[in-house]
Design a protein around this ligand. Sequence first.
Ligand code: ARG
Length: 472
Amino acid sequence: MSAPHSPAGAGDQSADKPWGGRFEGPTNKFVEEFTASVQFDRRLYAHDIQGSIAHATMLAAAGVLGAEERDQIVAGLQQIRAEIDAGRFQWSVALEDVHMNVESVLTARIGEVGKKLHTARSRNDQVATDIRLWLRDEIDVLTGGLERLLTALIDLAEREADTVLPGFTHLQAAQPISFGHHLLAWFEMLMRDRERLADCRKRVDALPLGAGALAGTTFPIKREMTAELLGFSRICENSLDAVADRDFAIEFCSVGALMMVHFSRMAEELVLWSSQQFAFIELDDAFCTGSSMMPQKKNPDVPELVRGKSGRVIGHLIALLTLMKSQPLAYNKDNQEDKEPLFDTVDTLAGCLRAFGDLVPGITVKRARMREATRAGFTTATDFADYLVRLGVPFRDAHAVVGAAVRSAIAKGCELQDLPLAELQQLEPRITDAVFQALDIDAALAARDHRGGTAPARVRAACQAARARLGG
Ligand code: ARG
């Protein structure tokens, strides 16, 4: 790459650039760097070359290129791809972007015929094609990472189906739940993300090539053939739209932002649960770091970072929405700004999926401590009220009776189950000692025995169903 910080002044002669024909003066050196994208869009090289090979193959089939010309171009492109793979390719900022870098070197290698590759094509339909090809592959990789995490969640949920912890509302102890059930709530959130990724992929999966700069081409191209060669299931139906919109990328970032919001909620709970105040879980040492000053510290850095990284992905979504807003059709250079947010969204999602996928199986569950916390928070008060309803007490009255019992327990500094039966009977004479069965945590858990409920048997069944859904 040529020097990035050279002072403003004359750059390479415009005439040396692939578009230099109508220019007399050279490009300002700073402008050359300011307008270049090769610093980051070189990441698309493999897909750029894949698209060019398909384009050349189609041009030959359409009679626009000779078979020999096609073969020279394809061989030249394959050689360039191997050089880039091996880190032996000389990128030039003067050549602006990945497309012109590859094309220039191609022509330098194979001669005049290299100049024919860009027939019936513009960088506008080329770059839109590259991004779609690249993003489609990345979605498949991310989906794999997501499925790995989903499997880890099912495994842990199955193991912890009988583990009880207080479920919270308003972060106040609410009702006993199975820890497996809680993990399966995460599973559901992420399953919807998987579905959204798959749905978004459908709209990524369309071929822009053939749109040219905006108005199509005068050559007898075969767009369906190019689409088939590149594995696109359809073609973009309007040439202007094909080069103008990046809604597929915006949609992907919106799926990504939502995934990060889900990850941030999981991260927050991992941070809370691993604190001394909750002490529900312990994270593996390999996923924590210490403090340079406080010797006792073991900090949950990985979940904290995942939580923090949600900010950048949400930011990228806003950046792309703002980038697209009010752009007149068709292509505008603004769209070059789509790449860095998109790349970083993919990288951040991949990193977070890797981090959680590795971290979840190593979580130590402190079952006794979770049970103790469940006993402490009057978490079976609702079960007490339900018991009274079964005795014929209207629910609102039952609610008031249990409220009074809770008040008394708070005053005495004990739990509901520690209150003497005689005292409870003063509140409601129909109460018998069967009430203590209703106040039992495991009984409360097992009683929520319906589809979507937290009874351990239901959680185990839900785990089995989850595995089938994931496989299907
Ligand atoms: N680097 C450009 C981009 O990323 C490629 C397309 C440029 N087209 C143009 N007409 N300047 O959008």
